[in-house]
Ligand binder design. Structure first.
Ligand SMILES: NC(=O)c1ccc[n+]([C@@H]2O[C@H](COP(=O)([O-])OP(=O)(O)OC[C@H]3O[C@@H](n4cnc5c(N)ncnc54)[C@H](OP(=O)(O)O)[C@@H]3O)[C@@H](O)[C@H]2O)c1
Length: 380
């Protein structure tokens, strides 16, 4: 058994095995006082997960994109800084951003908010995805990466990035060259670990041979389960690579607040252009949401019935011990609600029943428009 698996197996403080289920309640109640660079405050300690060999992260990370980009107009900076500080206080340690979010403004926001707590947080940012003249373009050439990393470090007000992820595979730069550049950046101390987003499993294998990959970040939710079929999860498991699940709430749908009448900002919300968020799909997919809401009634969080968002996140956590979902939110109520998912466990029988039910319900609407740049740039 390798070191990571052994560690997960013997770590009774954070993960308590309950006859096939996994409970995290104890850690939620634990709290500790951290002396931060600029302040002393109490922060809770959440259950954690290990990505790759030894990157320790809170079991749920925080997706930060929507604070500045892609899900409507950018939110108020002061409010978002307050929310990010609250997330740290509640025990979240992983924060997800990218050069292209804004572009740049999301990294600038995180830089301002996280600087005082730099040694207590894990920052994941991404490189290699650009939209010149609204057309998607990937560039992971060494020259582009060296320029990108210095820009990210400046905006993040940090000497290092914890987890540096290639946002999309660049068909014009062999992955071996990218892994080699990552290895150089690690030696230079500019990044600590690297990852890949939406690669093909063969690409992961090739990169891993040059320098170990720490994390793969792909779309994974109760409504989008491709990674179970295309060897991504299998490859991560085999090579001891962590997995960060993006859009774990299916871009908010599994939060339960959307219906056929929901509309999105035409230019500033990418969901406006996604088939899965058109009226018909929103109407048809309510069946799935209703099913998730039914499961929620049978689970308790803080003594009350769980919510669909909590079920969606707890279900992902229960799939594999190396998965960290990174739900995004811009609201404190949702942040607290999402962290409640860490109190939910499922028995093996429950997981099998959910699996069977989900597989019997077709999901309406593609995640990306067919033949779009977004659709063409995944799985390379
Ligand atoms: N690698 C990649 O290519 C890639 C692609 C997409 C995203 N990402 C990363 O993954 C993160 C998460 O993905 P995502 O934002 O696409 O999808 P998501 O986390 O599944 O959904 C985010 C949406 O859910 C809503 N929400 C959050 N908690 C909720 C709750 N408890 N109840 C109801 N609604 C709730 C949020 O709205 P409120 O703000 O109102 O809570 C937001 O609109 C992003 O922030 C980004 O960092 C990476």
């Amino acid at each position: 058994m390798n070191a990571r698996r052994k560690f997960l197996k013997t770590s009774t403080l954070s993960v308590i095995a309950l006859g096939g289920a996994v409970a995290f309640a104890k850690d939620l109640q634990d709290s500790q006082t951290h002396t931060m660079q600029s302040a002393t405050f109490k922060s809770q300690s959440l259950p954690y997960r290990i990505l790759g060999k030894d990157l320790k992260v809170s079991a749920l990370g925080l997706g930060c994109m929507g604070m500045s980009h892609g899900h409507g107009p950018a939110r108020d900076e002061k409010e978002m800084i307050k929310l990010l500080h609250k997330a740290i206080e509640l025990g979240v340690t992983y924060f997800d951003t990218a050069e292209v979010y804004g572009p740049y403004t999301n990294e600038i926001l995180l830089g301002k908010a996280l600087k005082p707590y730099r040694d207590k947080v894990i920052i994941g940012t991404k490189f290699g995805l650009y939209y010149p003249f609204s057309k998607q373009h990937q560039d992971s050439s060494k020259k582009a990466i060296l320029r990108a990393v210095d820009g990210s470090l400046k905006r993040l007000q940090s000497d290092y990035v914890d987890l540096y992820t290639q946002h999309r595979v660049d068909p014009d730069t062999p992955i071996e060259e990218v892994a080699d550049t990552m290895s150089e950046l690690i030696k230079m101390g500019k990044i600590r670990y690297y990852g890949l987003s939406e690669p093909n499993y063969k690409t992961i294998q090739r990169a891993h041979k040059i320098h170990p990959v720490t994390s793969v970040q792909n779309h994974y939710s109760m409504m989008f389960r491709e990674v179970e079929e295309n060897k991504i999860l299998q490859t991560c498991e085999k090579l001891d690579i962590g997995f960060s699940a993006y859009s774990p709430l299916e871009r908010g749908f599994l939060g339960g607040l959307m219906n056929k009448n929901t509309t999105f900002h035409k230019t500033l919300d990418m969901r406006a252009g996604f088939p899965r968020f058109q009226k018909d799909a929103l109407r048809e997919n309510q069946k799935i949401l209703n099913y998730v809401k039914e499961i929620a009634k049978s689970k308790k969080v803080d003594g009350k019935s769980a919510t669909s968002a909590q079920i969606a996140l707890a279900w992902l956590l229960a799939q594999k011990p190396f998965i960290m979902p990174i739900p995004e939110t811009t609201k404190l109520t949702h942040l607290k609600e999402n962290l409640g998912a860490l109190q939910i466990s499922f028995s093996q029988d429950e997981l099998e029943a959910i699996d069977k039910a989900l597989k019997s319900m077709p999901v309406f609407g593609e995640r990306y428009p067919p033949n779009s740049d977004a659709a063409r740039s995944v799985g390379l």
